[in-house]
Design a protein around this ligand. Structure first.
Ligand SMILES: Nc1ncnc2c1ncn2[C@@H]1O[C@H](COP(=O)(O)OP(=O)(O)OP(=O)(O)O)[C@@H](O)[C@H]1O
Ligand SMILES: [Mg+2]
Length: 259
């Protein structure tokens, strides 16, 4: 099978702490992969490493056949590798549409826009981007909020806005760090359906969350990390009954009781 992303022997230390240690995993084209593990397992660090927010101590990240291990985040985004953040990152004093536009540009033009936008080619690009963002907002049900202050939207919709911002960069793969944390059951189901629709567009998804009902109802495959290392991988059914995984989440006594 064609691997869009390959992570090999990835390591990241913070001082003496091994936040990520010798991690190997792959993500196929069109796959939804869940990256799970207890608090502090290293999940967000993996997203930071793969998307270029921080550099690894050692190891390699290959995306679509290219070694991107040391590439800047916006250059990875230009190749189609894009993320959302664990907490919502909407700007409260901007409308939903302004937020989505800002995100669309920031992924590609982190150096700022004002100089860039003085040319006519840039104005064409601006018009195309605005139309694209409007289409995405309609597609994911945010169009009625377009001119609303982003922080006034229900929290679930703010999470959806994070996904719109990521999609505006026209990714081939998105990393979603805790997209349903703090959401109601109904909002969670809505985000799950949204992610499935994203995948139907051919976009691969790596999703991190602590909500196992959400993760197992969404993901084709799971990778489980604990203390920076991969301890299991497989289908949700396989992984969630694995004694090593139960032990990592609940402690040794529980694994024995379940076993
Ligand atoms: N910039 C940093 N400096 C020092 N230590 C860090 C840094 N970032 C993360 N860590 C540490 O690395 C470990 C892994 O953190 P990380 O945030 O990746 O975990 P996580 O799996 O995302 O946890 P959670 O489920 O709570 O979000 C933790 O012990 C954390 O304290
Ligand atoms: Mg995290």
């Amino acid at each position: 099978m064609n691997h869009l992303l390959e992570v090999k022997q990835l390591c990241r230390q913070f001082g003496g702490l091994h936040a990520v240690r010798n991690l190997d995993f792959e993500v196929s084209d069109g796959e939804i992969l869940g990256l799970i593990g207890p608090n502090g397992a290293g999940k967000t660090t993996v997203v930071n490493l793969v998307t270029g927010m921080i550099l690894p101590t050692s190891g390699q990240v290959t995306f679509n056949g290219a070694d991107v291990t040391k590439l800047a985040p916006h250059r990875r985004a230009a190749l189609g590798l894009v993320r959302t953040f664990q907490s919502t990152t909407v700007y409260g004093n901007q409308t939903v549409k302004e937020n989505a536009l800002r995100g669309a540009y920031l992924h590609r033009y982190p150096g700022g826009l004002s100089a860039f936008f003085s040319t006519s080619r840039a104005r064409d690009l601006q018009k195309q981007t605005t139309e694209k963002v409007e289409r995405l907002m309609t597609w994911l049900g945010l169009e009625q909020f377009a001119d609303t202050d982003a922080s006034a939207m229900p929290y679930g919709h703010q999470k959806t806005l994070g996904i719109v911002i990521a999609l505006a960069a026209e990714p081939r793969m998105i990393f979603l760090d805790e997209p349903v944390a703090g959401l109601s059951a109904e909002e969670t189901d809505h985000v799950r359906d949204t992610i499935k629709r994203v995948r139907e567009q051919g976009i691969s998804v790596v999703v991190i969350d602590h909500n196992m009902r959400f993760i197992s109802g969404l993901c084709d495959r799971l990778v489980v990390a604990s203390q920076g290392e991969k301890i299991a991988q497989g289908t949700p059914q396989e992984v969630l009954k694995n004694p090593l995984v139960i032990e990592a989440y609940l402690g040794k006594g529980h694994a024995a009781a379940q076993g």
